[in-house]
Design a protein around this ligand. Sequence first.
Ligand SMILES: Nc1ncnc2c1ncn2[C@@H]1O[C@H](COP(=O)(O)OP(=O)(O)OP(=O)(O)O)[C@@H](O)[C@H]1O
Length: 310
Amino acid sequence: MTDIITVEATDLTRIYGGREAVSHVSFSLKKGEVLGFLGPNGAGKSTTMKMLTGNLAPSTGTVKICGIDMLENPKEAKALIGFLPEQPPLYRELTVNEFLTIAARLHRVSSGHIKAAVERAKERCGLTEMGKRLIENLSKGYQQRVGIAQAIIHNPMVVILDEPTVGLDPIQIRDIRALIKELGGEHSVILSTHILPEVEMVCDHVQIIHKGQLVFNGSIDVLKQQRKGNRLLLGLGQAPAQEQLLQITGVERVESLDNGLLRIHHTAGQSPAQRLVEAAVAGQWGMYQISPDQTTLEEVFVQLTFQEAA
Ligand SMILES: Nc1ncnc2c1ncn2[C@@H]1O[C@H](COP(=O)(O)OP(=O)(O)OP(=O)(O)O)[C@@H](O)[C@H]1O
């Protein structure tokens, strides 16, 4: 990964009928980075993708692709982007070769380079053997590969994929995710999805959007750090009354789990682990386990996106 900024979105806002569908979204993306754009249905992902790709004008804010302003120089900026919309524009009655040739022309690949561009895109997307097949006869997973192949045919700096694994079976999903990860080496990739594990598997960086606003923007590692959360698992042979545990500084809540363990919820940044160990020794509670209790990424997501509802 380099420090070249390929996408810079500043203060993007889109208003529909007086309502902000996307509200003051800013972020940047570096070359080689895979960014997961994560949010529940209706969060504003597609609206943001359309603004990034120049298919929808923002109400306010700017998009720059490799420093080129999308509003001022749309043709130049768009030439640097490959886009796979949620509904891929596939011509089902064409063969893979025919379709990719048209896509190359539309992306202004010069005629002398079209054949090589088609071969390379097929090779990168695992379609080498499929050139003469009609798109309508391909499985959905292979059709999706064709969709990705058309997005990278002109070797763009930035590839934007809107929900690319929806409707695929588990093996197809695995293959497409591997392909997306691989694309990150040469391109910057933005992957819009509502699937958290997908982001975890494929992306370096994640942004979570909820009701049009970014509620998280950071590396996957930072998100995983949040999973460490503010909880401990405690195993005690002779557990004292909960009141006694609650008297220990930092302990906020105690939960009894089905497996006999206690889940200790504690104040952020104030792990009571050492105090618990000391109290357990002094009180002869028979401590056999104390460990961090990681929240799942799903829980982090719910915390971040539904905190208003909680
Ligand atoms: N053309 C439009 N006119 C009015 N409202 C719209 C329009 N397009 C989207 N919206 C609204 O803007 C909000 C964001 O929609 P958007 O499609 O960007 O969400 P999304 O995160 O992509 O969801 P999904 O995964 O369901 O496509 C939603 O409340 C939606 O109803």
